[in-house]
Write a protein that binds this ligand. Structure first.
Ligand code: UD1
Length: 418
């Protein structure tokens, strides 16, 4: 198991070329089996979640290769509709496979999905929506069994704008008979990306990015060569890191609109933000004021996937702040690790009360989940002295070449085999 050894206190300067969005690439990989033709997803980052999804596709009988940074999927010979618990246990996004498998085979069996341990993460919205499309579902021995004679379009109302459920419905409805209308859909940029990808394959999907999405089922889908959107959570992580360390960092490939709330909060911290076309630049003195309140919300609200990083920022800023986590029940598990670095944070249910301290100090900490791990790295970069961040397996799920990108900005960070 590897660890990072980080010497805090270096300013960060330079440009970050962003990876393709993890949360786009995963559903696009799931969508790749909707056709028997070749699918190319360009600049696919070699993060472990992607590698795990590729393994799932191989288990189904697809050929997946990575060449020149692109993922190439040939699924003409795919014939299996069952995903084993070994793989679904590692990756929650395996749940998207339900929609794709049903479209392709009319049947699907998957073990209950895994992923980060950040709360209950039920999948009732996914399953209820699939039932509306005509799928019969039963649960036996830890597996979800789905089957249908044919998929029929339907009106589906989501009580909560679940990202995964919206994506799963798109994947199940794209070749269903007739028209499907999702009301209360998630509006994340990754949903728009999935719509664009499906339409490039010949689907008829409209409305993504709003809360009503309409899908007109089509007969066949063609192959596609597609470049996904850039990763707004990776961008946010680097912008927050620069805010904490001081310096000047530019991200390339993402429009400010996709990170509007974060940029607003960083201005509140005292940072200067300049955004033009697909470039976002931050200038920070490293002397930050706390945000009074940050509350996570579905898009376009403050992203839950940047909550931990923002808490790390506030832990070393001047003043007090309240961080409210509305999406996942237990997404403050990284807080005891930040406390080892001197952070003054009290957690009560979904609230964290942060009293900013002048400066955090180095410690030995464990990255227990993906974004919590990124928050510990950010805290370490700004802290006084040396920090060891142990267990990089979660960070590797979402950030490609995290160390290399930080090092090129001037951070002192080593990756060491333990
Ligand atoms: C996706 C993202 C994840 C992000 C999250 C919220 C991917 C691969 N992952 O996860 O990084 O943190 O969106 O922006 O894109 N819920 C239910 N029943 C369901 C489905 C969801 O109650 O059937 C609840 C969840 O428990 C959670 C909330 O809805 O409290 C949000 O979940 P959802 O939007 O579905 O997130 P994911 O798709 O799992």
């Amino acid at each position: 198991m590897d660890k990072y050894v980080i010497e805090g206190g270096r300013k960060l300067c330079g440009t970050v070329v962003l990876q393709a969005a993890k949360n786009s690439v995963l559903p696009l990989l799931a969508a790749s089996i909707l056709t028997e033709k070749r699918v190319v997803i360009r600049d696919t980052p070699p993060i472990t979640d992607v590698l795990c999804m590729a393994q799932i596709l191989r288990e189904l009988g697809a050929e997946v290769s990575f060449s020149g940074g692109n993922a190439v999927i040939e699924s003409a010979d795919a014939s299996c509709h069952k995903i084993s618990s070994v793989l679904t246990g590692e990756l929650r996004s395996s749940v998207f496979m339900l929609g794709s498998l049903l479209t392709r085979f009319r049947r699907a069996i998957i073990a209950y999905p895994g992923g980060c341990d950040i709360g209950l993460r039920p999948i009732d919205l996914h399953l209820n929506a699939l039932k509306r499309l005509g799928v019969v579902i039963s649960e036996r021995e830890g597996c979800i069994h789905c089957a249908c004679e044919r998929l029929r379009g339907a009106e589906i109302l989501l009580d909560f704008p679940s990202v995964g459920a919206t994506e799963n419905i798109l994947l199940a409805a794209v070749k269903a008979e007739g028209r499907t209308v999702i009301t209360g859909a998630a509006k994340e940029p990754e949903i728009v990306d999935l719509q664009n990808f499906l339409n490039a394959m010949g689907a008829k999907v409209a409305g993504a990015g709003t809360d009503v999405i309409e899908i007109e089922g089509v007969g066949e889908l063609s192959g596609v060569n597609y470049r996904p959107i850039r990763d707004r959570i990776e961008a946010g992580t680097f912008l927050i890191a620069c805010a904490v360390c001081g310096g000047e960092v530019e991200t390339a490939g993402l429009r400010a609109d996709d990170l509007r709330l974060l940029l607003h909060k960083l201005r509140e911290n005292g940072c200067k933000i300049h955004a033009k076309n697909d470039k976002i630049r931050i200038e920070s003195s490293g002397m930050l004021k706390c945000n009074r309140r940050i509350e996570t919300m579905p898009f376009p609200g403050f992203p839950t996937d940047l909550q931990a990083q923002a808490t790390a920022l506030n832990a070393g800023a001047e003043g007090c702040s309240l961080i409210v986590e509305n999406l996942f029940e237990t997404r403050f598990k990284y807080v005891p690790e930040l406390q080892k670095m001197g952070a003054d944070i009290e957690v009560k249910d979904r609230h964290a009360f942060v009293r900013g301290v002048k400066r955090l100090h180095g410690a030995s900490v464990v990255a227990g989940d993906l974004r919590g791990g990124a928050a510990l790295v950010i805290a370490a970069l700004g802290a006084e002295g040396r920090t060891e961040v142990l267990d990089l397996s979660h960070i590797d799920r979402g950030y490609a070449d995290f160390r290399g990108k930080l090092k090129r900005l001037g951070a002192e960070i080593k990756r060491v085999r333990v």
